[in-house]
Design a protein. Sequence first.
Length: 150
Amino acid sequence: MHIRKSAQPGIAGSPVKTVLVLCTGNSCRSQMAEAILRHEFGGRVRALSAGTSPQPRVADHAIEALRLAGLPAEGLHPKDVGAVLDEPIDLVVTVCDNARENCPVFPRQVKTVHLPFHDPHGEPLAGFVRVRDDIRARLVPAVRAALALS
């Protein structure tokens, strides 16, 4: 699967920055992070997510946690990191230790930030909601700082 590159300018004509959120299964944390970044940054950031060993589908509770917060979840699906290696990525955020340790080498130098979040896989919906809120509270400011966004 190839993900289409965006050449669209961001707000006020500035280039759109691409952020890849990387984890192991790409079924919980990274999917919620992708949706949150898209929502919070609008046209200034192109958010992608992928996994080093993706699961077959996004966790139902991850989708539900996003919807409960009014965040769109349409189109979210697990992707292998190999599908995005050729993307013009400006920032890679690893959200689990396994992804950090198995982060691939990208064709060009890419800024990387490690920001681990609890894995709610297998927990009730409340666990996913807590992780969603933690992602929103810590990831958004980290991306803003790493990409010097106002």
